[in-house]
Design a binder for this molecule. Structure first.
Ligand code: FAD
Length: 463
């Protein structure tokens, strides 16, 4: 009743049927229970909600678009939590084109932030397949990456300031729009990537960039992963910061997209084990980007650095290439359940990792299907495992801990990370204990304790 007084009774949901989709994660892997779901409109309402929950000893689970992939926005099964969903806080507070900044509320859908920037003649470069429903608050809280990290950095690097409701209910206004500010600890960075365990982000000031005047996209077939890394380096040498995206796609995953999205088509006539989807963009002097890219590809073909390539000749063709990439996650979902890994590695060691991992997995799980793709320009691979045969797949899924251990131990041997961009959530909360030093874990726990001594802010996630 007290929470209903804060947000208005129509914005406090207790109806089980309405709650259900909000208590299940995007992959359908976690199902939780909650007392209710509150939909605040302002930071002051969020503050009152959090204070009331803290006084009552009730856990708070922050939630945005609920597209996260680690169960971070799903409450546990106790039924005691209050889910605070930010999607009504969807106002763009302002764009300062000359300062290249946008300030938006946490519940703004990512695509709406991009649109608001574009309307002011600016680019907000954070871009990922879930951008039609993921929110800025969720992007910040998972430190989302996506397809343009190579050029513009991940969410952490795009953030200048944030406004947060702390577990105490206090509102910290850290909405600075400065590129230089050396006045002590950079507190905003604590909340970015914290997956809602340290407070609720209610707004943020993000960096913007000039809109590119030219963009060109190519789908490139390469004989092996080493050639993919080699070509990435050649592209960077030739085009520098104009290389805005470089995505790796295996033939195995391309086949899944073609099967589950019959309207899509193969971009090149011949199959290859791996492909790169590359985008160059820029302005001014770089306007003849198509010509420069075409010339580069012709030379690369001559020297055997690639097998074949298709340069998009229109926006529609470029869209069709990008749709192949964007539909990879959904194609896998339609194919059936699989074991997912979101890993990062030193880029130079990716070919060696892929060869070693495949040999290990094939020995342990004969016939395993490795569905690998990712943001190769950032050293980030989505390395997923399934079996084409349904019965064998059930057996593989039952052996998930063993399979993931094998992959993650190898990642650790290569000095990589077991979570590149999705976070830990519930999914990797225990697994991370094996790979981070006890000292690092203890530092994280002490920060959590000092901000949230009662452990009411998204408990059971990350730590
Ligand atoms: P939610 O799922 O609602 O929440 C995610 C986490 O953030 C939870 O721990 C939640 O408690 C917390 N949280 C949410 N809002 C707040 C807030 N305001 N304050 C504090 N904590 C909060 N990620 C990438 O990095 N790169 C990709 O390329 C990418 N592609 C994806 C493709 C698909 C098809 C899907 C489904 C997901 C993809 N993701 C990707 C996952 C990505 O993490 C999310 O899409 C997005 O960043 C989460 O936003 P959300 O609003 O849905 O957050």
């Amino acid at each position: 009743q007290r929470l209903a007084e804060i947000v208005g009774p129509e914005h406090l949901i207790t109806d089980a049927a309405v709650l259900e989709p909000r208590l299940t994660d995007w992959r359908g892997r976690y199902r939780g229970k909650a007392r209710c779901l509150a939909l605040p409109k302002t930071a002051t309402e969020v503050s009152a909600l959090v204070s009331t929950c803290t006084a009552a000893g009730a856990a708070v689970v922050p939630q945005g678009g609920n597209t996260g992939l680690c169960g971070g926005a799903t409450p546990d099964e106790s039924g005691g939590a209050v889910v605070v969903n930010l999607t009504r806080m969807n106002r763009v507070r302002g764009v300062d084109a000359q300062n290249n900044t946008i300030t938006a509320e946490a519940g703004c859908v990512l695509a709406a932030v991009q649109d608001a920037a574009r309307a002011a003649g600016r680019l907000f470069p954070l871009s990922l397949a879930a951008e039609g429903s993921a929110t800025l608050g969720g992007n910040l809280s998972t430190n989302a990456g996506g397809i343009q990290v190579l050029r513009y950095g991940n969410t952490r690097e795009l953030t200048l300031g944030i406004e947060v409701v702390l577990p105490s209910g206090e509102i910290w206004n850290g909405l600075r729009a400065l590129r230089k500010d050396n006045t002590g600890y950079d507190l905003k960075q604590l909340f970015i990537g914290a997956e809602g365990t340290l407070g609720i982000i209610t707004a943020a000031t993000m960096r913007l960039f000039p809109l590119p005047s030219a963009t060109t996209t190519a789908w490139i077939a390469v004989p092996d992963a080493a050639a993919a890394v080699g070509l990435l380096n050649l592209l960077q040498n030739q085009f520098g910061a104009a290389l805005t995206a470089c995505e790796l796609v295996s033939e195995v995953v391309l086949e899944l997209v073609l099967r589950h999205f019959p309207e899509s088509s193969r971009p090149l006539p011949e199959r290859a084990p791996w492909y790169l989807l590359c985008e160059l963009s820029g302005g001014g002097a770089l306007e003849n980007l198509d010509g420069a890219f075409e010339e580069f590809l012709a030379v690369a073909l001559d020297v055997g650095a690639l097998r074949d390539a298709s340069l998009a000749r229109s926006l529609d063709q470029a869209d069709r290439l990008w749709r192949l990439r964007e539909n990879l996650s959904e194609a896998q979902r339609r194919e059936g359940v699989s074991i997912k890994h979101d890993i990062s590695l030193p880029i130079s060691r990716i070919p060696e990792f892929l060869a070693r991992a495949e040999a290990l997995l094939e020995r342990a799980f004969p016939g395993v299907r490795i569905v690998a793709f990712g943001h190769i320009g950032d050293g980030n691979l989505h390395y997923n495992l399934s079996h084409p045969d349904l019965d064998e797949n059930t057996a593989l899924l039952a052996a998930q801990p063993r399979a993931s251990r094998l992959v993650h131990d190898l990642v650790a041997e290569f000095d990589g990370s077991i979570s590149a961009e999705h976070g830990l959530g519930q999914l990797k909360r225990e697994e991370i204990l094996r790979y981070k030093s006890p000292l690092e874990m203890e530092l994280m726990r002490s920060i959590k304790k000092s901000l949230d001594p009662l452990n009411l802010m998204n408990p059971g996630k990350v730590l």
